[in-house]
Design a protein around this ligand. Structure first.
Ligand code: NAP
Length: 297
């Protein structure tokens, strides 16, 4: 059996289905039995609890071959670093208490940097915690690039203003990756368990894409091939996010991340290779994005 955290989410749900299709029993974790019900119907054992509850996680990690872990948050998270630390500490304690021997952690490009990386800082912190667990636990840190799905944040902006804007500079190449490809890499690792000790693997997407190019591709998919990308300042981004209902903690993280991407503080460490390059192109994702845009009406 394999335990999957964040099982109702983008990577977690796909991992659960892939494992079940491979005939591997799955224990799917989430905060709501109702949201987990489709996974139960697909054959998963479900376990309902909070991701910062070490006792709940210890039980959920006990007796399984491997666990998939991540640090979840939302736009309403009040104190990002504290909320993430609570989950990270609970996960680390649960690894120790449960005796599980194989752990995959969804981390991020840039997690090697110890400050000034916005939301990525919590993944840096968690990588440090995981490096301190007993040496007989095999830990795989999968450092994903920016998820394509972040671009769903562009939907309302494009509709309201006829452009996309963010504080990332227009022409900086960014490794962007489909969450489905991240999930598939994680599922493969959970099934194969082909690593020993602590390993880091980056997942860099099909190719690097700048925000200007991403905007052109999204625009082309909705019949607006000249959709402009407009870089705003970090302060302007923060203001817009606060207005959209994000907490100051999360808005501040995103502004800091944009600056970290622009300065090169957050960037891939590995050379591109078959292992860190994934299949789905932003052109393909743009079609899915366009369907969501059409659904806005
Ligand atoms: N966005 C990026 O570009 C990027 C890049 C690299 C790494 N990452 C990492 O990837 C993670 C996201 O992975 P994902 O897309 O698979 O996850 P996700 O779909 O965003 O969320 C996974 C699950 O977390 C639970 N959740 C949502 N908000 C929560 C909250 N405030 N507190 C506790 N649980 C909450 C939800 O499950 P229930 O409500 O059912 O419990 C949700 O289904 C990020 O958190 C980050 O650590 C992201």
């Amino acid at each position: 059996m394999i335990t999957v955290m964040g099982a109702t989410g983008r990577t977690g749900s796909r991992i659960c289905h892939t494992l079940l299709e491979a005939g591997v029993p799955v224990r799917a974790l989430g905060r709501s039995a109702e949201r987990l019900a489709p996974l139960a119907a697909a054959g998963a054992q479900i376990a309902v609890g909070e991701p910062n509850d070490a006792a709940f996680l210890s039980e959920a990690f006990r007796g399984v071959e491997a666990v998939y872990t991540l640090l979840a948050y939302g736009p309403d998270t009040e104190d990002y670093r504290r909320q993430q630390a609570a989950q990270g500490e609970a996960i680390t304690q649960a690894i120790g208490h449960s005796g599980v021997r194989n752990v995959v952690f969804l981390s991020s490009v840039g997690a090697e940097v110890s400050s000034g990386t916005g939301p990525i800082i919590s993944m840096h912190d968690q990588e440090q915690r995981l490096r301190a667990v007993p040496a007989d636990v095999n830990i795989l840190m999968l450092r994903a690039g920016a998820l394509f799905e972040n671009l769903y944040g562009a939907l309302e902006i494009v509709r309201a203003y006829g452009c996309y804007s963010d504080a990332v500079a227009a022409d900086v190449p960014v490794p962007m990756v489909a969450s489905a490809d991240v999930a598939d890499a994680a599922a493969r690792a959970l099934l194969d368990r082909d690593w020993r000790g602590v390993q880091v693997r980056e997942l860099l997407g099909q190719r690097d894409v700048s925000y200007a190019e991403a905007t052109r591709l999204l625009g082309a998919a909705i019949g607006l091939p000249d959709l402009p990308y407009i870089q705003v300042s970090a302060e302007e981004l923060t203001g817009a996010l606060l207005q959209a209902g994000y907490t100051p903690s999360i808005a501040g993280c995103y502004a800091e991340l944009a600056e970290a991407i622009n300065s090169g503080r957050v960037r891939a460490q590995e050379q591109r290779s078959a292992r860190n390059t994934t299949a789905t192109s932003l052109e393909e994702f743009s079609q899915t994005w366009a369907a969501s845009y059409a659904a806005l009406g």
